[in-house]
Design a protein around this ligand. Structure first.
Ligand code: PRT
Ligand code: ZN
Length: 205
């Protein structure tokens, strides 16, 4: 791979992988026969796609290790990096939501005062609690926050919701919205002559 080659990081597997690939297809970018390499070179453009965990994308982009990335706004804002948002992509839509057990006395965000909230998004939740003047304990968990109230290590959760099915399955109901999210195209803060060619491509969509 040439050092001047444009690099764009997308999720290796998971919810954003297929729509990200479709977005690159829609730009007219072509790739060779399927390979298991985590770096895929385009056959018709001086560009490589780098396949990584979504959580690593903001840092890779902000450090200029890759030039562009596709990631959910929820991850981008949680990571709080220098990466710049170029455009929303209209997929991966979800809402970072605080939810509580249906049977509990927690009915709105004020009822969270003094309680424990499990989340994989501590920074975003902290910001929300501060803004709303609520003192609560944040319990960090990498995933599956929905199980926390049932296992009694938190009173409420803060997690992404799309259809609401997962909340229902765990007898939880939404009480507050922290943020709406969707996938965005992000750009590194470093200027590179080569980036212009890719920016020209996305201008036409
Ligand atoms: O392996 P890697 O770290 O790359 O992937 P990941 O497991 O961290 O992420 P992944 O693939 O689950 O999600 C990638 C991105 O998709 C997220 O960061 C969001 O930007 C976006 N997205 C959109 C969602 C959802 N919708 C979503 N519903 N991410 C996760 N969920 C989960 C949620 O956490 C909960 O467990 O789905 C469940 C709720 O869904 P519903 O439909 O039951 O409400
Ligand atoms: Zn992840």
């Amino acid at each position: 791979m040439r050092s001047t080659c444009i690099k764009i990081a997308i999720q290796k597997s998971g919810r954003l992988n297929q729509p990200s690939v479709s977005f690159l297809d829609s730009l007219g970018l072509q790739f060779g026969v399927e390979s298991t390499s985590l770096i895929q070179m385009s056959t018709n453009f001086d560009l490589s796609v780098v396949l990584v965990r979504d959580d690593d994308i903001p840092v890779l982009v902000s450090r200029g290790i890759v030039d562009f990335g596709i990631v959910g706004q929820n991850i981008l804002l949680e990571e709080n990096t220098e990466a710049k948002t170029l455009m929303p992509l209209g997929f991966g839509k979800c809402t970072l939501t605080i939810a509580a057990p249906k049977t509990s006395s927690i009915k709105n965000s004020k009822d969270l005062e003094g309680l424990r909230i499990a989340t994989a998004y501590p920074r975003l939740l902290r910001k929300y609690l501060k803004k709303n003047n609520i003192n609560a304990t944040i319990i960090e968990i990498a995933g599956s926050a929905e199980i926390a109230p049932e296992l009694n290590f938190a009173d409420a959760i803060c997690d992404l919701v799309q259809t609401g099915k997962t909340l229902k399955d765990h007898d939880l109901f939404p009480i507050a919205t922290v943020m709406d999210s969707q996938a965005v195209l992000i750009e590194s803060p470093f200027q590179k002559e080569k980036k212009k060619e890719f920016l020209e491509l996305i201008k036409n969509i």
